[in-house]
Design a protein around this ligand. Structure first.
Ligand code: SF4
Length: 350
């Protein structure tokens, strides 16, 4: 029987035939800096006949990760600048991130928190730190939404997740609980009845933001896992990263967004890659990203359109960076472009 095991090291990658002997030494250097993990589901998705396989590119380490550029930084979106207590990031008034765990089932090679996640990362919050995080949320009545991220919170056991959602359910002013995860795609069997029950905070609305970047990730097993979540009353939205060599192509991106909508997941964010160390081989020019995103308009339904987003380096929050369809013209009117590139005039208000 051909048993596929989790991959956690360069040796495991070599044994699985996913890296060449020539690269092993350099990849050990990569592994010393950034964690490696592939689930069996992801390993099986890799097309070994394709040297540029978009699934492998996301999860199999590359020696290009040893190249750090001057603009890259360890904390690209400025979490630390907005962390009042361990595990909490309070960047916007009405919502906080709760980073309970810094472990993931897979380690994405472009991860924006790659210096914080993995075995050498920030680990899991100790009980005293968890209590301090809940105390912080309780004592800030302006916090309407708590976003569990990390790391991937769905690596926690159902029992631990249940403890967290019970604590949040007891805080009146928290109305939304959101989990950011890759688990339904990279480990679909984990989405079972106990886990789904644990994700529901009583009296609150639970959102699941699924991270996936290529339509091949939405396998029938992944779609079935998402259906179990949606059928249980959880709302699903997507988040993807626009990545060179993975999905920087309008047709691929259109198929990804359609796959989300078919799975009852509303496309939400398409992130421009962050300035994480050793990830320049994934970054495309913002102008290229804008062109690809604009071409989705007219190609696929309005339901399938994500917002193209940049997290401003330094912790200043998100900005929508798609091309605008409307401009003020010299005569005081507006010039509006249609999805075919035609220009039309629209009058100013009286
Ligand atoms: S799952 Fe998210 S936090 Fe974990 S490695 Fe991937 S991008 Fe980073």
């Amino acid at each position: 029987m051909n048993i596929v095991r989790p991959i956690k090291s360069v040796d495991d990658l070599a044994n699985a035939g996913l890296v060449s002997d020539r690269d092993r030494q350099a990849l050990e250097e990569v592994a010393a800096r950034y964690a490696i993990a592939l689930t069996p589901t992801v390993t099986k998705l890799i097309d070994r006949t394709d040297a540029a396989d978009p699934i492998a590119r996301q999860f199999v380490p590359d020696i290009a990760e040893l190249i750090a550029t001057p603009e890259e930084r360890a904390d690209p979106i400025g979490d630390h600048a907005h962390s009042p207590v361990e595990g909490i990031v309070h960047r916007y008034p009405d919502r906080v991130l709760l980073k309970a765990v810094h472990v993931c089932p897979v380690y994405c090679r472009f991860c924006f928190r790659r210096e914080m996640v993995g075995p050498q990362g920030l680990g899991t919050l100790e009980p005293a730190a968890m209590k301090a995080a809940f105390d912080y949320i309780s004592s800030h009545p302006e916090i309407w939404e708590v976003i569990l991220t990390g790391g991937d919170p769905l690596v926690l056991s159902s029992r631990r997740l249940d403890e967290i959602t019970r604590e949040l359910a007891a805080i009146d002013h928290v109305k939304l609980v959101r989990f950011h995860t890759r688990v339904p795609v990279v480990d679909p069997p984990k989405i079972d009845a106990a886990l789904i029950a644990a994700l529901k905070a009583s009296g609150k609305t639970t959102y699941i933001a699924l991270h996936a970047n290529h339509p091949r990730e939405l396998t029938s097993e992944a779609r079935a896992a998402c259906a179990r979540l949606v059928d249980a009353g959880l709302v699903m939205i997507s988040q993807s990263v626009l990545l060179k060599g993975v999905n920087d192509d309008a047709a691929v991106l259109a198929d990804l967004m359609k796959a989300f909508v078919e799975t009852r997941i509303k496309p939400y964010y398409l992130h421009h890659p962050d300035l994480a160390p050793g990830t320049s081989h994934f970054r495309l020019a913002i102008e290229e990203g804008q062109k690809i995103v604009s071409s989705l308009r007219g190609r696929i339904s309005g339901l399938c359109q994500p917002a193209y987003i940049l997290d401003i380096p330094g912790g200043y929050g998100k900005a929508v960076i798609g091309e605008s369809a409307i401009r003020k013209s010299a005569d005081g009117c507006f010039s509006v472009s249609d999805y075919r590139g035609g220009e039309h005039s629209y009058p100013p208000s009286e």
